[in-house]
Ligand binder design. Sequence first.
Ligand code: NI
Ligand code: MN
Length: 227
Amino acid sequence: ATELTWLGHGSWSLRIGSTVVLLDPFLDDSPTAPVKASEIDADYILVSHGHFDHVADAAAIANRTGATAIANFEITQWLANKHQVENTLGMNLGGKVQLPFGTLKMTVAWHSSQLPDGSDGGNPGGFLLTTEDGTIYFACDTALFSDMQLIGSCGVDLAVLPIGDLFTMGPDDAVEAVKLVAPQRVIPNHYNTWPPIEQNAYAWAKKVSALTKAEPVIVEPGGKIVL
Ligand code: NI
Ligand code: MN
């Protein structure tokens, strides 16, 4: 089974069989994270882009656990050279890689990606992950774009979309994104971390149910969804 736990904001822990994959671990400085970086396991750590609320604890967790950090090439170089992360796998937009837990593709995202120290964080991305249980699309931090329809054309079982607005798509654009991706189920993230990105996820879910074929799922930080 593939089990996802929301760690608040854009952070996720995926348990795929016995493998633990983290996405964008932002724990120690997040007001909503249910765990601290020192308490969490990881075999792989995916990083979508260079912003502090996404790279956050990636290096510390990688260095403690020996996990392999996967991100665009610029970010993996930064993790290796500036934070001594030993195991990295650099990729870039449109590329995919076969890993023991599934197939991972880096998708386009419309956002920015400068690293916290001002280093070039390359281009922001999202992730399309296919495990033996299905396909998950993590849009990560992005605006709405019509090529989401192409991403969805492979058949997405679960889409994870930002709804916070201000820095990413807001709720209305996220409903349009659901129409384009056409997933079986959709779960919102990147909201309610701080007042500027406060949103009513339940009101959003009602719109998703009324206007799309997808089933919306809401979890609180620490909550789980099984694929
Ligand atoms: Ni960002
Ligand atoms: Mn962000």
